[in-house]
Structure formats: C-alpha cells, structure tokens
Design a protein. Sequence first.
Length: 429
Amino acid sequence: GPAIGGGNGGAGAAKKKMNGYVGFSNYPNQQHRRSIKRGFNFTLMVVGESGLGKSTLINTLFESRVYPPKDGDDSSPRSGAQVAMPAGVDITSVSADIVENGVKLRLSVVDTPGFGDAVNNDEAWRPILENIESRFDAYLAQENRVNRSKIVDNRVNVLLYFIKPTGHGLRAMDIEFMKHLHTRVNLVPVIARADTLTPREVEQFKAKILADINFHGIHIFKPVSDHFDDPETISDNKAIASKIPFAVVGSEQYVVRPDGTRVRGRQYPWGVIEVENENHNDFVALRQMLLRTHMEELRDETDVSLYESYRTQKLLALGHVQDNSVFREFNPRRQQEEEERLHAAKMHKLEAEMSAVFKQKVHEKEGKLKQSEEELHSRHQTMKTTLEKQRRDLEEKKSRLTQSDAPHPVAATGSYVEPAQRMASKDKK
Ligand code: GTP
C-alpha cells in the first residue's frame, strides 16, 4: 500500500482505504446495529518509549500497513529520532477506513513519538493527558451546538500502554503516567517485545505489574462478565482478563511453518515465534478484546463513563450544575461511581468536621491553660506583694524594737554622751 505520512514526528493526519480482514464486523453481540450500519469511529492511542514495537504491533493488529514500512530495523527515522529529538512528545494521527462485510470502521491510530525518551520524564504524561482532554473538549463543544447531526467523534477509546520488558515491575514513569491517565481513558497495559523474556519471566513480570497497579490504585480496562452474559461469554471474558497485562509480540515478517504455511512471526536461530499462536504470546487475546469482543464496550465506556465524568467536572468547574440523568440511559457502573463519589465526599466532610472539632477543643484547652497560668501568676504576684509588705512591717517593727531596747546612754557608760555621738556608735553595730 502507499506510505502514509504522520509517522515521522510531524503532526498530521492521513487517510487510507484498507480492505484487510480485521474482524470487528463479526463480533456476536451487536446491540448497536444502528452505529454499525452508519459506520463508526474507533480511536486507539499508543504510548511507550521508542523502539518498543508500537508501530509493528499496530500493523500486525490491522493486518495492514497503517504505518509506512521501514527499511532497516534500526535505521528508520522514527527509531533514530530519539537521538536528535528535543525533549517533547509529538502527537500524530493516522486514520484508515476499513470496510468489512459492508460495515465501515474509521480507525484512527494516535501515536505519541518522543514519549519517555527525554532525560527527565517526570512530566511525560502531561501532553498526552492534554491531548485526550482536548478531544473531549471538542466533542463537548459539538454537543452544545444546536445541530447535533454531524458530530465528529475523535475521543480516544483505548490507550495501549507499552511496558518495557525489564522484568522488574513498573517504573516510576509508568506509574506516573497511568495515575494521571486512568480516569480519562481506557488503559490497556501491554508488555512489549515479550519474546525477550522467558515464559516464566513473563508470568513473574505480569504478577509484579499487577501488584504495582493495585498498590497505586490504578484502574485499567478489564472485560467484566455480568449476569446477563451466557456461560460461554463469561468464560471467554475470564480467559481474556486473565492475560492482562498482555505480553505481546509483533512482526512485519513472515515465517514458514513446518506445514508450509506462512505466518507472521519472528525467526530465531533456535526456532520461530508465531505472532498469532496463543501458546507463544497474548497477541490473539489482545486483538480479540480490542476488535472483536470489546470494541463496543470500549466505546461505551469512553462515552458513558470517562467522557461523562470529565464533562461533569468541567461543567461544575464552570458553575453549571446540571442533572442529566433523565437524558442519559441508566448505567449501573456510573451509578456506582456516583455513589462512591458521594460517599467519598461525605467521608471527606466528616473528616473535615472532626478535624475542626479537634482544633476547637485544642484551642479551648489552650485557652484554659493560659487562663490558669495567668491566675497562678497573679496569685503569685499578690502573694509576693503581701509577703513583701509583711516583711517591711516586720522590718519596721524590728527597727522600732531595736531603738527602744537600746540601753540608756548614761546608764551604760556612766558618762554623758552627746546625742550625735550616740547615733554614730549605734550605726556601727
Ligand atoms: P518508534 O517508531 O521509535 O516509536 O518505535 P516503535 O515502538 O514504533 O517500534 P517499532 O515498531 O519501530 O519497532 C522497533 C524495533 O523492534 C524494530 O526493529 C522491530 O522489528 C522490533 N520489534 C517490534 N516488535 C517486536 C517484538 O515483539 N519482539 C522483538 N524482539 N522485536 C520487535
């Protein structure tokens, strides 16, 4: 097929017709026949460091070259870009119309080259969050228009987050990213280039990643089964959910199997890894979820839950309080989230009240202590003055007594002493 622009670090969008079989038109529960007939949009965003196999996986996923082929493995401008690129994330979009069994899908793949390639990646999540929110804003602006017939929906329905196959659990950058994005987009973590880990390492790595995700309270997209589902769907969903985070292998190359068939795979000196072999990696499960069983749910989740909560926050911030419950269909998950939010708000208020009461009590106690201290002080002062006065009185009394007790000058010496002399001799005592 013709090469498509937009992959080389510049912003831009391109369109392309594709007729390769993807499978979205085949999924069983097509409750949304209307949208299927009209055709629908599906926007997938890929995030991850350079060289983790993002474009390879996208091309593998859509059995078609969404991205232009690369000449050499590491000589491509995209993988070479990490050296020269300024610390920043470009956001580029490629669209393709895929027609399958008469059903039209407008697929958009949003790439984020440059993510995680800087020296300091503390803020790497920010441009991506901003991009996702600006798509919500654009949708919101259209919703508020009188004529709603031609709404263009560019909201991101799913974000594939590529985790580097280190074997050591999530890195700070991964955690920061997911923490900032999980309330705005359906997060699907994937372990990139899973063929670089042994099956045992993959299992351990998955466990570590899930533990980190749990620990940090990160919400990721997971197929859930409810009581409406038939047993088969329930077990299918469980099988898919059990593979999260999907450990995937992508390839632009074909390998020949022992039976002579050509399949996508990676050739190693010791053998072959087939992309579409469930025993080799989780690619099939990921494709199943994204395109065949949960595409509609991802779109619903985006619309009813993620977008809706963004919209509510936005309107509240603008001072509009609006009750939309009558306009939007009943959604148990949203209801539960609303209840959780209210509960959290209640707890928050309670906590604030308790803290206020505590502060008040401390203040009162401090006041009382201060008062008794002052009382003590003044009592001390009065006591001191009283004692001082008593001392002075006694002193006076003493001096009076000393004067009257003094022997008569004549009687003592037998001679007459002048009064002035007498005073002086007394002072000497
Ligand atoms: P940028 O274009 O730099 O953003 O990288 P990218 O994430 O799109 O990676 P790309 O698909 O260009 O793949 C980079 C290199 O990894 C290529 O040499 C691919 O052949 C190779 N590669 C892709 N997927 C896999 C995989 O699953 N396993 C292994 N071992 N190599 C892979």
